[in-house]
Write a protein that binds this ligand. Structure first.
Ligand SMILES: Cc1cc2nc3c(=O)[nH]c(=O)nc-3n(C[C@H](O)[C@H](O)[C@H](O)COP(=O)(O)O)c2cc1C
Length: 190
């Protein structure tokens, strides 16, 4: 049985939710699947891609970049991740993908993996979530930053982001479809 690794970084939980949903889909298709949070897992405990038939990497985007821990993981394992026998999927969660999906695909979905020297079998830029609720994990400063960004998105792209609420734009059909696509690819490889 092929094994999958889903390794992710997430600050406010939306990327984590995507990673876990993809793992759930893969498990339901009969794959064994490990899910690793690269922020809370000590570096010495990070699994090697060499132990897996498929790897899915995911990160939120902040200031146009993936989290440094995901970039570190890629630096440590670039050769294995690009190996011919491994199925590699990469996704980003961002605010840009909510109102400007083509730009997000270009800059994050395709641009960030390329910049990192990855050659994924499939890559996506998913719309994430903007949590302006009282339970938000965003600190006061970051919340203020996101409120200003939300106001710009409302004016420029007509996106409705509500203050005081969890604004979740994740498209679960697209997310599950990527998991199934990667599962099918991995099943077809030796
Ligand atoms: C400080 C900060 C910077 C951000 N920078 C960007 C950015 O450059 N581009 C973008 O599209 N989204 C940006 N976002 C939005 C996040 O990528 C989005 O909310 C994502 O879903 C967060 O994922 P997480 O919940 O897993 O942390 C930023 C969010 C914060 C809080």
């Amino acid at each position: 049985m092929k094994r999958f690794l889903v390794a992710y970084t997430s600050r406010t939980g939306s990327t984590e939710g995507v990673a876990k949903r993809m793992a759930k889909v893969l498990k339901s298709e009969g794959f064994r699947c490990d899910v690793v949070d690269l922020l809370s897992t000590r570096r010495k405990d990070w699994p090697s891609p060499a132990d897996y038939g498929g790897v899915i990497l995911g990160s939120m985007v902040r200031m146009g970049k993936w989290d440094g821990r995901l970039r570190r993981y890629i630096d440590l394992h670039r050769n294995e991740l690009n190996g011919p026998d491994l199925t590699l999927g990469v996704f980003s969660c961002s605010a840009t993908a909510i109102g400007e999906p083509e730009k997000a695909t270009r800059e994050y979905g395709e641009g960030l993996p390329k910049q990192a020297g990855l050659r994924p079998d499939a890559c996506r830029a998913f719309a994430g979530a903007i949590d302006l609720s009282s339970q938000s994990r965003l600190g006061l400063f970051m919340k203020g930053f996101m409120k200003a960004a939300a106001e710009d998105m409302r004016k420029e792209h007509g996106v409705d982001i509500r203050d005081g609420e969890m604004n979740d734009f994740r498209n679960w059909d697209d997310i599950e479809a990527l998991a199934r696509e990667l599962g099918n690819m991995a099943a077809g490889k030796k």
